[in-house]
Design a protein around this ligand. Structure first.
Ligand SMILES: NS(=O)(=O)c1nc2c(F)c(F)c(F)c(F)c2s1
Ligand SMILES: [Zn+2]
Length: 261
């Protein structure tokens, strides 16, 4: 409990509501593997990402986001637990001040040093992200755990862009980046559950798809994430962007399904 209180006091992210009042499908959560229900009807995920839809990378004061042109169905996700087609709008990460923690979700309480979120919205049912974010089947987010190990060649282009967006609200052009290079080789094995955004507005509109297989990045690559700042250039006290994860939320009777035995 005191850790949660510490988290609330110490991190700029928690000025907003800690949990949506009455929210019974909040994220992130701990995935207890033996309590997950194997669902043989879960299909393989189908991602079709077009690197030419990549537009910019920016620091929004919570994380850094790589944003994609989502005005057409060029970069999409379907299959898995999803009935509709979802458009990629952005991806971002959450990480810790040390390699000992940083992920938002955990597996049997196991923490990872960072977690990647690929954010998609339901373009079969809605015409804008802003609409979809308010609907319970509006968003689908793929979560990928990061472990420290060998250098991730595909990530380096992104790491090299970070010094240009050190401060909150800085933006630089970022093109021809294939987010598929950040996925592990096995995307068939995943857990899925209904939850929420993990940063304000915390809306309960997300079908979470957490991949079982992690990706590896080097210690030095992750260290560059920590060189980012929560604060804008004008602020006199600079705060390094670390521990930008939300505290875990109660399961409230939800079931986590798994696509594998
Ligand atoms: N961490 S997350 O749940 O994937 C996630 N949070 C947010 C958020 F707070 C936003 F305002 C937003 F526009 C997003 F696209 C996402 S995506
Ligand atoms: Zn996230």
């Amino acid at each position: 409990q005191e850790a949660a209180e510490y988290n609330m006091k110490m991190h700029p992210m928690w000025q907003g509501p800690l949990a949506v009042p009455g929210g019974d499908r909040q994220s992130p959560i701990d995935i207890i593997v033996q309590r997950s229900i194997i669902d043989s009807e879960l299909k393989p995920l189908v991602t079709e990402y077009d690197p030419h839809t990549c537009q910019q990378i920016w620091n929004n004061g919570y994380s850094f986001l790589v944003e994609y042109d989502d005005t057409t169905d060029k970069s999409t996700l379907k299959g898995g637990p999803l009935q509709d087609k979802f458009r990629l709008c952005q991806f971002h990460f959450h990480w810790g001040e040390t390699n000992a923690w940083g992920s938002e979700h955990t597996v049997d309480r196991r923490l990872f040093p960072a977690e990647l979120h690929l954010v998609h919205w339901n373009s079969d049912k809605y015409s804008l992200f802003e609409e979809a974010v308010m609907e319970d089947n509006g968003l689908a987010v793929i979560g990928v755990f990061l472990k420290v190990g060998k250098r991730h060649e595909g990530l380096q282009k992104l790491v090299d862009a970070l010094p240009a967006i050190r401060h909150k609200d800085s933006v630089v052009e970022f093109t021809r980046f294939d987010p598929g290079c950040l996925l592990p080789s096995n995307i068939e094995d995943y857990w899925t559950y209904h939850g929420s955004l993990t940063t304000p507005p915390l809306t309960e509109s997300v079908t979470w798809i957490i991949l079982k297989q992690h990706i590896e990045v080097s210690h030095d690559q992750l260290a560059v994430f920590r060189s980012l700042l929560f604060t804008s250039a004008e602020e006199e006290v600079q705060k390094s962007m670390v521990n930008n994860f939300r505290v875990q939320q109660p399961l409230r009777g939800r079931t986590v399904r798994s696509s594998f035995t």
